[in-house]
Design a protein around this ligand. Structure first.
Ligand SMILES: Nc1nc2c(c(=O)[nH]1)N[C@H]1C(S)=C(S)[C@@H](COP(=O)(O)OP(=O)(O)OC[C@H]3O[C@@H](n4cnc5c(N)ncnc54)[C@H](O)[C@@H]3O)O[C@H]1N2
Ligand code: MOO
Ligand code: MG
Length: 421
């Protein structure tokens, strides 16, 4: 069991997982609950946008031809005949030098073709005057100028972001077809584990992997189910994993995948008759990460070491779960950044280093986010990305360009910089 582990490259490992992914069936959900899901139907415009020709400004709707010849010395006067606030409409036909008082968003009556902003006019007792000739269509948003009824606005397979939610509302999609999200079971193994609320005892540590993985799932808007072990032995783990396979779409276990006497996961996969996709990856940390398939259920055996567990999830679980939801863009973005301190360790295997990426005016700077061994937990807390150093490289120096896999796209910077004139 322990001896025939053949390391494969990270890329190959990711491919093996992704090949096994089965897309979950679609379901219909209320549009306000669809954020973070993937569209299972094209979102088609059910009306033109704008749906009617409307004023883009507060002012007066006129016929442009009536403003012809106006100048500072020769102001042309208009009489206001009606008011059209947003939400209202009018069928009144303008006569020469008549105008509507109109507000932004209000339907422009058929007989008007131009809007004069309040700031471009001088109010008089009965109306206003203008001092320039207006071109037809000024300050008007025309029906269908943004899109036409029947246009495909957002294609099937797109992740629903706030803009898609706005689009769903615009076109009256109160219910929308999306792919099901996987329900993921999370089980940490290890007889040394206590819960967060427990007092430390000799030889024991608090379980940080389950809460971390649940939070990684939460960050993806995916429901994680926390499973427990009443005792950390082969039969109990096997029984629990069997229950999980019945109840969830994917199983994540942490710990017990290495070669120790109590590393039981390899034997569990064997007892299940699961197909082991790989049990060794040429990477650090997480070289013992194991992924198996039991029918359509993927079993992710993440390493017990917290840093290895964290990057194992980001590398293998995240794209697999996004793919189960039929998302197209399932991989974390890789960016180029400049290393902001020396990293002298040689890298026989691909190395993943929890890191802090800083968005500075000069560009992207990155440095390891603290104590960075496989068993580290605190450096994860300070990271928003993971530096990826290719295998077969010696150390890296400050100023070298490195690749970073972004894991947290919500982190900001401490200075607001907007380019001024
Ligand atoms: N003879 C060898 N020993 C080890 C090898 C090896 O190749 N040969 N690989 C080492 C590497 S590398 C890693 S990584 C670990 C992987 O260990 P396991 O995945 O089997 O995980 P455990 O043994 O259960 O635990 C490892 C470590 O992590 C702590 N841990 C476990 N679970 C949690 C949790 N839920 N929360 C916080 N911390 C956890 C555990 O106490 C151990 O310290 O194996 C090496 N050994
Ligand atoms: O496989 Mo382990 O490299 O230390 O996480
Ligand atoms: Mg172990």
């Amino acid at each position: 069991m322990t001896l025939n582990r053949k390391p494969i490259q990270v890329l190959e490992a990711v491919h093996r997982v992704m090949e096994k992914v089965r897309v979950l069936p679609p379901e219909t959900v209320y549009y306000l609950n669809s954020g973070g899901r993937v569209l299972a139907e094209d979102l088609t415009a059910t009306n033109d946008v704008p749906v009617f020709t409307k004023s883009a400004m507060d002012g007066f709707a006129v016929r442009a031809s009536d403003t012809e010849g106006a100048s500072g010395d020769c102001r042309i006067e208009f009489k206001v005949v009606e008011e059209v606030p947003a939400g209202a409409s009018s069928d009144y036909i303008l006569k020469k030098n008549e105008a509507f008082r109109i507000m932004t968003g209000a339907e422009v009556p058929k007989s008007a073709d131009t809007v004069v902003m309040f700031e471009q006019s001088k109010e008089t007792e009965e109306g206003f005057t203008v001092r320039k000739t207006f071109t037809k269509g000024e300050n008007i948003a025309f029906q269908g100028e943004e899109c036409l009824k029947g246009d495909v606005i957002v294609p099937e397979g797109t992740l629903i972001n706030p803009g898609v939610t706005a689009t769903l509302a615009t076109f009256g999609y109160e219910y929308v077809k999306v792919y099901k999200k996987p329900v993921v079971g999370v089980l940490s193994t290890g007889s040394e584990l206590l819960d967060a609320g427990d007092t430390l005892e000799r030889g024991k540590i608090r379980n940080s992997n389950t809460p971390m993985v649940l939070a990684q799932l939460g960050r993806m808007n995916i429901e994680g189910r926390h499973y427990h072990l009443e005792s950390d032995d082969f039969n109990t783990i096997l029984k629990r994993v069997r229950e999980m396979i019945e109840a969830v779409d994917a199983v994540i276990t942490t710990g017990g995948v290495s070669v120790g006497d109590y590393d039981l996961l390899p034997k569990i996969y064997e007892a299940l008759g699961a197909e082991v996709l790989f049990n060794k990856v040429a990477m650090r940390p997480g070289s013992v990460t194991t992924v198996s398939a039991y029918g359509d259920t993927l079993l992710f055996g993440l390493s017990g070491n917290p840093s290895a567990c964290y990057s194992g999830f980001e590398l293998f679980c995240r794209p697999a779960f996004l793919s189960m939801m039929n998302s197209r863009n399932v991989y974390a973005p890789f960016i180029n950044a400049v290393l902001d301190e020396n990293f002298t360790k040689p890298n026989p295997f691909t190395r993943f280093i929890r890191a802090e990426v800083k968005f500075t005016e000069e560009g992207l700077l990155v440095k390891p986010s603290g104590f960075n061994k496989s068993n580290a937990v605190t450096s994860i807390a300070k990271s928003n990305g993971v530096i990826v150093l290719p295998g077969g490289t010696r150390g890296f120096k400050q100023g070298d360009k490195v690749k970073v896999m972004m894991t947290d796209m919500t982190s900001g910077t401490d200075t607001f910089r907007v380019p001024d004139k």
